[in-house]
Design a protein around this ligand. Structure first.
Ligand code: GTP
Ligand code: SPV
Ligand code: MN
Length: 583
């Protein structure tokens, strides 16, 4: 197979000339093609079949031990003007980046097959969807991209009719951390990734295209590409609200998107639209609508059990690719907090030894089709997406940030988003558990200067008077002993119900300098074995602590210099003034 689109054929030819593969395979996305690749990987050891009686069509991939997470320190935005990338990104000039990458790619596919993967991010019939082509020498990437995106013939047809696409060139190289770079050239809609086979570094449709490149395109075209789950909440009365939530990596998006209403919330139904990325557009009526550009989940495995998230637990018992989990004596996948079975082999395939750390890697992942989810929403295929009632920011904060609060208006909400901070997790290499700023949960993913990004967010206030409410949540408050104060998971529905009630103007709230908080009894705590003092702690605003926090937000915003939008500075000044009045 080849293509009738000359620009695509020319690009693939030029990549082949540089990388010198033994074969070129254009992926059509068919079942037969997938079977062939899986069988081939079973023979090569890239994939190990798991216990097929209990986990039919499930496989385990063990990545190189030094290639287990995204690598932010090796991820660059390469624009002609360094200011475009901003202080939030590592920058390299396109000329330098090309020189570096061309040397890596030179002859790197010798003896290997080069796969050409045409894919579509978003429903094939959606005007909001965007296409790309990833060229890779990793069959594992092909199998994952087939689950995560609409991949194959139909995508190629759309690309050929549109004539434009994002180019992604990927090679695993030698999987050498010293020869690993993830480069983005937003001005050329081009991604180049070398030396990693893992997740967001290698499945180029995901963070590289659908966030870094797409955020750049979104600013030019007037929409938003965000690190957000999309979930529909259907009340017992049959009213459905859709909310989109931005939490940093490994901070609960997949879990919230698949939430199971607890018994006490009888009659509520939850529908998953997306678990990681949302593309948001204003429609002709000024209503913000969301599509999920992905078609599968690349989710965190540890912590998933029948109690925390039964739907996720069941969803990954068939048709799933596991990466870096442990295995039991019976060749079942195993991970920390699975609550069933015990590990015989760790994520590297060594005999399990508790002294060498967790059995499954903390960033071990499952790749599974969204349609495997018992609460998959058919509207995931709706070309126009779903209307969004609320946008919710959140982070992992042991202290300070209350369980929930509401921004005073859109502009203040942009400040709330810009001030998000969270403890780092195993989703990226580096220290875990350190609080860092992660505006809109986009610190690793915004393809341009955050100052311009905030200006773009602020500009929506001029485009619609019908924008969703903006909220902030924190499921991760802890007591002195490190125990979570809030039960989380399914019980988070109680907080989402307050958010919906606020959007519908059905409940009052307490005004504080940081925003609106629930009144006492504003959140339904019936049947929750929760000490009222704990609830008070979860909903308290400590003005002194918040003054320190907002000072630190102010310093952070100041680091963007003259480019920082005045409106954001104004919102910050307002909050500071109110905090000073009360403290
Ligand atoms: P990425 O895929 O990296 O973007 O992560 P994510 O935001 O989808 O996070 P995910 O839902 O996979 O959750 C990450 C970890 O947080 C898992 O170990 C979960 O068990 C845990 N977690 C999720 N929701 C809650 C919650 O409400 N409370 C607590 N305490 N932990 C949670
Ligand atoms: C994240 O880190 O936010 C993920 C996993 O969703 S990865 O695909 O590796 O980016
Ligand atoms: Mn993510």
């Amino acid at each position: 197979m080849t293509t009738k689109l000359k620009s695509l054929q020319d690009w693939v030819d030029s990549v082949a000339k540089l990388t010198q593969p033994e074969d070129i395979h254009w992926c059509n996305g068919s079942e037969a093609e997938n079977k062939r690749l899986i069988n081939q990987m079973n023979r090569s050891g890239d994939l190990l079949p798991l216990n097929q009686d209990h986990y039919p069509n499930c496989y385990l991939h063990r990545s190189s031990p030094s290639d287990v997470a995204r690598v932010e320190h090796l991820t660059y935005i390469c624009t002609e003007d360094e200011e475009q990338a901003g202080p939030n990104n590592l920058w390299m000039s396109p000329a330098d980046a090309h020189a570096k990458m061309d040397a890596f790619f030179d002859g790197c596919m010798q003896g290997r097959t080069m796969y050409v993967i045409p894919y579509c991010m978003g429903p094939l019939a959606s005007p909001y969807a965007r296409c790309g082509v990833e060229v890779t020498d990793s069959p594992y990437v092909v199998a994952n991209m087939r689950i995560m995106t609409r991949m194959g013939t139909a995508a190629l047809e759309r690309i050929e009719s549109e004539g434009s696409f994002v180019k992604g060139l990927h090679s695993i190289g030698e999987l050498d951390p010293d020869r690993r770079f993830i480069m983005h050239f937003p001005e050329d809609l081009l991604i180049q990734s070398f030396g990693s086979g893992y997740g967001g570094n290698a499945l180029l449709g995901k963070k590289c295209h659908a966030l870094r490149i797409a955020s750049w395109q979104a600013r030019q075209e007037g929409w938003l590409a965000e690190h957000m789950l999309i979930v529909g909440l259907e009340s017992p009365e049959g009213e459905t609200h859709y909310v989109a939530c931005a939490f940093p990596s490994a901070c609960g998006k997949t879990n919230l998107a698949m939430l199971i209403p607890p018994e006490s919330q009888a009659g509520w139904k939850v529908w998953t639209l997306g678990d990681d990325i949302a593309w948001l557009h204003l429609d002709a009526n000024g209503q913000l609508r969301a599509i999920n550009p992905e078609s599968g989940y690349f989710g965190v495995v540890p912590g998933t059990n029948a109690k925390t998230n039964k739907n996720a637990y069941d969803m990954i018992t068939s048709e799933t690719i596991f990466t870096n989990v442990a295995t039991t004596e019976d060749n079942l996948p195993w991970w920390e907090d699975k609550k069933v079975g015990s590990p015989a082999f760790d994520w590297q395939g060594n005999k399990y030894d508790p002294d060498t750390g967790p059995a499954a890697h903390p960033n071990s992942r499952f790749t599974v089709a969204a349609t495997n989810n018992p609460c998959y929403s058919e509207l995931s295929e709706a070309p126009e997406g779903v209307p969004i009632s609320a946008l919710v920011f959140g982070g992992r904060r042991k202290e300070l940030a209350p369980l929930v609060y509401e921004a005073k208006n859109w502009r203040h909400g942009v400040l709330v988003g810009a001030g998000v901070a969270s403890e780092t997790t195993a989703a990226a290499t580096g220290q875990v558990g350190v609080v860092r700023r992660d505006p809109m949960a986009m610190q690793p993913f915004c393809g341009y200067n955050f100052a311009d990004y905030w200006a773009h967010w602020l500009s929506f206030a001029d485009k619609s008077d019908n924008l969703p409410g903006i909220f902030h949540v924190n499921w991760f408050r802890q007591d002195q002993n490190g125990k979570f104060l809030w039960p989380g998971f399914g019980e988070n529905l109680r907080v989402l119900r307050w958010i919906i009630d606020r959007c519908e103007k059905r409940v009052g709230a307490k005004e504080t300098p940081i925003g609106f908080l629930p009144e006492s009894h504003g959140i339904d705590t019936q049947d929750l074995d929760l000490d009222p003092a704990v609830m008070d702690a979860l909903l308290a605003v400590d003005n002194k602590q918040w003054l320190d926090e907002m000072e630190s937000v102010g310093e952070y915003l100041g680091s963007f210099g003259n480019r920082l939008p005045e409106e954001l500075q104004f919102e910050h000044d307002q909050v500071m003034q109110e905090l000073r009045k009360i403290s």
